[in-house]
Ligand binder design. Structure first.
Ligand code: BDR
Ligand code: CA
Length: 318
């Protein structure tokens, strides 16, 4: 249990201190709400991914403002992958990255320091965790700028990769594909990585009845969440099961690990054109593989309940 300061008999635990590295992004927005509710959110760092970094940064600031947390700093990150050009996902996330929302510029300014500088500085802090819900570009740049970062930084929980089928190509997941070189840098540096890949996040589906329930809640964030989910549903695969809610899984893996099961595996990523971004479980003696933890199964109903609560009241504890 992770209730904080509630008199309901639960053990009181301190919320984990995290940095959320993200590219909002519809499902990233839900991840931000989950992080506000359940973590000590030290900062958001933004990255080029679903849309360009100008938009992901504006969206991040807007989402924090809407949620009533304008003082969480937003550090702008990389504007393109480390060694390739970017290809966005506007067909999934809409022209602004937040569906059809015409995202306003909010009063709280962007932080003066870059995402990489913020990650390097915050990694000095004991017990820091990083949750990454976009391409791993900022983390790879931090590693390339300062090799000791990989040892210093705490556990990194990342939504990315796919062991079975991909979503952007037959074999690759979007975050992994968008900056496969960055994934490779992170694996080789020996980051303490836990991944929430498509095999897992496809089990967490939200669709029209969640939208309807959110609309009835009437909070500002719930109404935005309903609008985002409507767009996501209309532009996703129509199999009647709703759309996969990828990114909140990586946040809830940190805050509610009891809802997931994990397995250790050596992982490699492809940087070849044909299979770019494909992640595979390597043989145990493959020295290029990074040994990581894979989230393998999830209590989807419980995770969705937490996502709904966080979207309704991102600042409530428990
Ligand atoms: C991932 O790619 C992005 O489009 C989503 O925000 C999520 O992080 C899913 O493949
Ligand atoms: Ca994302």
């Amino acid at each position: 249990h992770h209730h904080r300061g509630r008199e309901d008999g639960c053990l009181t635990m301190t919320a984990p201190a995290i940095v959320l590295d993200c590219d909002p992004g519809i499902d990233d927005a839900f991840a931000i709400f989950c992080a506000l509710r359940h973590t000590e959110l030290l900062a958001l760092t933004t990255v080029d991914g679903n849309v360009d970094v100008e938009n992901t940064t504006r969206n991040a600031r807007y989402l924090l403002d809407l949620a009533g947390a304008p003082s969480v700093p937003v550090h702008r990150g990389a504007s393109r992958p480390i060694r390739s050009t970017s290809q966005h996902a506007r067909q999934v996330h809409g022209p602004s990255g937040l569906g059809l929302v015409d995202v306003p510029d909010v009063a709280a300014p962007e932080a003066a320091t870059s995402a990489v500088d913020a990650l390097l500085a915050l990694s000095e802090r004991d017990g820091l965790m990083v949750v990454a819900t976009g391409p791993l570009t900022n983390l790879a740049l931090a590693i390339e700028q300062d090799r000791s970062f990989a040892d210093r930084v705490g556990p990194v929980h990342w939504m990315g990769g796919a062991i079975d089928a991909g979503n952007v190509t037959a074999t690759a997941e979007f975050n992994s594909w968008h900056d496969a070189d960055a994934v490779e840098v992170c694996l080789r540096a020996g980051l303490e990585l836990t991944t929430y890949g498509l095999d897992l996040t496809r089990q967490v589906r939200m669709g029209t009845h969640h939208t309807a329930a959110l609309r009835r809640k009437r909070s500002r964030t719930a109404i935005l969440a309903a609008d985002l989910l409507d767009y996501y549903e209309a532009h996703g695969t129509q199999d009647g099961l709703g759309q996969p809610m990828h990114d909140p899984c990586a946040v809830l893996g940190v805050t509610h690990p009891q809802l997931f099961s994990y397995e250790r595996a050596p992982i490699v990523v492809s940087t070849q054109a044909e299979t770019r971004g494909q992640t595979t479980i390597a043989s145990a003696d493959d020295s290029s593989a990074g040994s990581i933890t894979l989230a393998r199964s999830v209590d989807a109903d419980a995770v969705i309940t937490e996502i709904m609560r966080a979207a309704e009241h991102p600042l409530a504890n428990g």
